[in-house]
Design a binder for this molecule. Sequence first.
Ligand SMILES: [Zn+2]
Ligand SMILES: [Zn+2]
Length: 294
Amino acid sequence: MGEKEIATVVQIKKAVAAVKAERPAYEEILDFYEKLFLAQEEAKGRVQIEPIQIPEKLLSVKREENFPLIDKADFTVDISASEALLRKICRLAIEANEVLAEAVPKIVDALDKGTLGASALFSKILGEDDAYFDEAARNLETDKKILAFVAYFSMKPSISLCAEQLATYLDKETPWEKGYCPICGSPPALSILRDEGARFLLCSFCGREWQTTRIYCPFCDNNDQNTLHYFFSEEEKDYRVNVCDECKKYIKTVDTRKMKRPVDPFVEQISTLHLDLLAQEQGLESGIPIWLQM
Ligand SMILES: [Zn+2]
Ligand SMILES: [Zn+2]
């Protein structure tokens, strides 16, 4: 691992330990995710991908039209590094809890037998082919969300590296302020309040963060104060669920302003599933893709 990966590993460990101390109910799942995140950082060092080039002309059109830099389908993925990581994540998942121990061996079996191809799985994530995951999960008698989850997290090191490289093409002068990621066009998975109350959205696919306005629904562009509100629990004042009455979707917000501990957005996303349950009990829909719904 390089210096940067080691720094990330230290930060992840601190963030995980802090959340575990605050919310012991998440201990088991966070133990698993911690191993998974560390495996991803390790894999990042082995990933080999060609940088994606965006011609000057195309770039200026994209900027003018507020288009994201690329489509999800255009990400480059190191298949062999991702497949090795897929195997590792499956091993970790089987040891993690009963639900995963039931679903994941069927995926491993199919990979061994060749009835499931890792590279097909990766391309179906890039193409967001929901029907494929329905059918594959049915054939393998496994869980669709878990199948998408292991596939996505195995490709994540390639996706993150692509996104880091592509970030050099972003216009640093003009704030993006859209509801979709400036790099890949995906919806946000989480909203984060940072210093001075600036609001950032975290991409559900490539992990890019971008700044946006405070009163705004990223899923339908609604910015009317009367139809946007939020709820929170008294015990957790640093977390809230932002709700849009127009599209009936919600997004979780982490207010990091008063937090005295290390914060990792993905760790926050995983350790706030109780907020998703509350929102879903109210008939609200999450705007996030299947690979993050496990
Ligand atoms: Zn993105
Ligand atoms: Zn909305």
